[in-house]
Design a protein around this ligand. Sequence first.
Ligand code: 13P
Ligand code: SF4
Length: 386
Amino acid sequence: LPEIALTTQIISRLKKRFGNQIGVYHSKFNQNERIEIWQRVLNNEYRIILGARSSLFLPFNDLGLIVIDEEHEKTFKQSDPAPRFHARDSAIILAHYYQESEIQEVADYIGDSLGLSQKAAETDADLIVFAGVHFMAETAKMLSPNKKVVLPDLKAGCSLADSCPPALFAKFKEKYPNHVVVSYINCTAELKTLTDICCTSTNAVQIIESIPKDQPIIFAPDKNLGAYLIKKTGRDMVLWNGACMVHEIFSLEKITKLQSRHPNAKLIAHPECEAKILEIADYIGSTSGLLKYTKENPATEFIVVTEAGIIHQMQKSSPEKTFIPAPPDNNCACNECPHMRLNTMEKLYLCMKYELPEIILSDYVIEKGKASIERMMEVSLKAGLI
Ligand code: 13P
Ligand code: SF4
């Protein structure tokens, strides 16, 4: 069904015509109630969902969608209680800021790589549903090895992690025997076993500065973040030649054109971007850093040079401000990570229902790789970042 503006009469006619096949989706619904709706959709009990635009999403392609306005939503009640979705009481959904907005809406915690690692380490839940990419779920498993960690789509990888195959890196490392290895957390669990200390974009400067000045460093896998850190800390580091396919393709030309159309907009960028973009940025930071900046800065317009998913939280925190996604060097107007976006609401639902696919790591990888993340957590704690 197309979106239609509904009057009370149309709603009552629809109810008469479709009876129990109509589900009502309220913006006030908690997670269990939302899951209950999906359960009914999956069981083919509901063919049509009524809901206000602000709360509606459509995870199932063959479902009718009717958008009602907020006033009409108030007049609806969820009739006859549906069977509860028997999710474990102790499951937690962790979502990265680059997930689609619907997933962010149902998550228990939304954060950047550091925040998500911290949550994964401290949660009491015995099932961690990780709405992010593979290396993030692996990190959660390393930090909480006794918990079950599931990822909605196992193919949700990361070009940056893939750009540093552990076997090649081990050979590279042999050439620099006295070096300490700092790896950006966006790397495989196996690479973490070859790493002395991990970092994220939130704590990278503090991690580098925690290493004695006369100690040479290899930084992997992101050459752009590495170059930014060299500039910021004044430390000379050996860089692995990896990059993120999303942050690497922002178009300087299109961004400068955008700036001339929005002269008062602040340009904010993630440090995974190339130096030519970072040079013109008003602020450089991790996803949580960028979000914080948009909340605290009095500017009302921002050009956001990172994955467009973060704009959902920016818009929610500052509804009066305008956020313009920076365009990449292709035909798209904004830049979405194809790996992150493999996770969908439907896959998330199925993953919670069947507790699959699960992240499995060998004891060796967990023990050896975990040390590099734990060291990172210690420095972050001392620096007051967590
Ligand atoms: P942060 O959320 O830690 O800034 O990381 C960005 C990123 O690219 C994750 O894949
Ligand atoms: Fe990896 Fe880049 Fe996607 Fe982040 S945005 S998951 S670094 S490919």
